[in-house]
Design a protein around this ligand. Structure first.
Ligand code: HEC
Ligand code: HEC
Length: 197
């Protein structure tokens, strides 16, 4: 897959940069973050589609996810290898750095009918924890509104296949959604998130 190839060649570059950085005494947050820019964009706003935007998450969510990558608790193409290269202190520095950046939404293609249906489904099954249409960033559930659709699609597949453990109450809702609406329900939700500007 071309996309995977690009990500992998990008990784090689990054790993060579990271080992160079390790020689410096204590790299500052923005120097650490430079390593992420190749895939996650300048200031954490990815130009997509498989690498998510990582700007504007809460500190806690960012640290939690990086630790889970480090421990291989979230399936990943690349991030486990990357996260293992950073100390807890460095991860904290990066979390603070990216949480202060703005999550900017880039235009994405979506189906307007599906997005409208997805909005209703979101309000029924997801809004309780992914507040404000999935925009709220101050909690520990990440940001869904305007996140890249291919990334969200992968993330949902990881959850529903059981490769990534779901928050217990989220699982209840996702199971109900799938029972009531099948894959079309998930597809509509992803179109809704892609539609948000
Ligand atoms: C070679 C490309 C690449 C580089 C470099 C990279 N990432 Fe990632 N990142 C990804 C991909 C792809 C994913 C989706 C998970 C996966 O497949 O590994 C991801 C996922 C993430 C997530 C999870 C986002 C979410 O919504 O939960 C965070 C946080 C993250 N990366 C942080 C970083 C940080 C911090 C750096 C720099 C130290 C970095 N990444 C460097 C490609 C990259
Ligand atoms: C009871 C609270 C709760 C409900 C309800 C819930 N979620 Fe979540 N969700 C979470 C939490 C907490 C996380 C943070 C990561 C984790 O725990 O896996 C999360 C993470 C996610 C992620 C990963 C984000 C990323 O950047 O990788 C997606 C996608 C997601 N939820 C979609 C949904 C959808 C779609 C629904 C409705 C069908 C839903 N969630 C309902 C709590 C919830």
């Amino acid at each position: 897959m071309l996309q995977k190839k690009i990500i992998e060649s990008c990784l090689l570059l990054v790993l060579s940069m990271a080992s160079g950085a390790a020689i410096a005494a204590t790299p500052g947050a923005s120097m650490l973050a430079n390593t992420c820019a190749g895939c996650h964009g300048t200031n954490g706003v990815s130009s997509g589609p498989a690498a998510p935007t990582i700007a504007g998450f809460s500190n806690d969510y960012f640290i939690g996810v990086m630790q889970q990558f480090k421990n291989a608790e979230i399936p990943s193409t690349i991030m486990t290898r990357i996260a293992k290269g950073y100390t807890d202190e460095e991860i904290k520095l990066m979390a603070k750095h990216f949480s202060e950046m703005e999550f900017k939404r880039k235009p994405q293609q979506f189906d307007a009918k599906k997005a409208a249906f997805g909005k209703r489904l979101h309000n029924k099954y997801c809004e309780k924890c992914h507040e404000n249409g999935g925009r709220k960033s101050e909690d520990d559930a990440g940001i869904l509104a305007g996140q890249w659709a291919p990334y969200l699609n992968n993330a949902m597949n990881d959850y529903t296949s059981g490769d990534r453990e779901m928050h217990k109450k989220m699982k209840k809702k996702v199971d109900a959604l799938q029972k009531d609406h099948g894959d079309a329900g998930l597809d509509a939700l992803i179109n809704f998130y892609a539609s948000q500007k």
